[in-house]
Design a binder for this molecule. Sequence first.
Ligand SMILES: Cc1cc2nc3c(=O)[nH]c(=O)nc-3n(C[C@H](O)[C@H](O)[C@H](O)COP(=O)(O)O)c2cc1C
Length: 228
Amino acid sequence: MSSVRLRVKPSTLTTVHGWDDTRAESGRAIKRKVMRHNVSDIESVIRDRRTLPPEQYSDRKVHRELVEQILTNATWAPNHGLTQPWRFTVFMEGSQLGMAAKMSELYQDQAGAQASEQTAQKLLARGTRSSVIIALGLDHDASGRFPEWEDRAALAAAVQNMYLTATAQGLGALWSTPSFISSKGMVDLLGWGEQVICAGIFYLGYPSGDWPQGHRKPLEYVTRWVSN
Ligand SMILES: Cc1cc2nc3c(=O)[nH]c(=O)nc-3n(C[C@H](O)[C@H](O)[C@H](O)COP(=O)(O)O)c2cc1C
């Protein structure tokens, strides 16, 4: 039995589901995977991700397994030197009510005479509107090798992972950064220790209405291509 030698240069002949059928000089077909995942899937989640405040959540409870999935994915974010600077405190199954009430008090204490009754009420009501409240902590080692902004950037990447996971789960999420989160009262409330900064509050809940649409500037407004 004779074998036919195909004299073709190595080239990409077909790409089906991320698999390249490349032929070597010998004509032997080599299957090489070029895409590790379906890009359109991840693109859909990235573009569908939206910020939804607790005022737009239903009464449906979020199960702990979903929160664990969200936080585990958060910890897979890039972080320089594997500092893993994120810390989380989860308030759910009732404890979010007390947390929201304390945050409303903190806001009023900090704003003093400037405090708005409407904002205080909104912060309080977010305890009943949201199913889960997660305090986001940044544990930066000031004596370490890396500047604080890099740990903050890592935490932001972790929050994006949280948002994306919540979107895939059909959950609304809001990363909120009111000014009182940097107060001493907040540090005491969370009991994280002096070196941990609160970088925000992450609210979670099932949406009560339609999923909102987003918009962004087209790429040409934010990109310059340089080539020789
Ligand atoms: C660092 C950071 C802080 C934010 N803080 C708040 C906040 O305090 N309150 C709020 O309503 N949204 C906050 N957001 C969410 C933005 O308002 C939201 O991402 C923006 O409006 C774009 O909408 P989208 O997330 O649906 O694309 C914050 C987002 C980031 C990245």
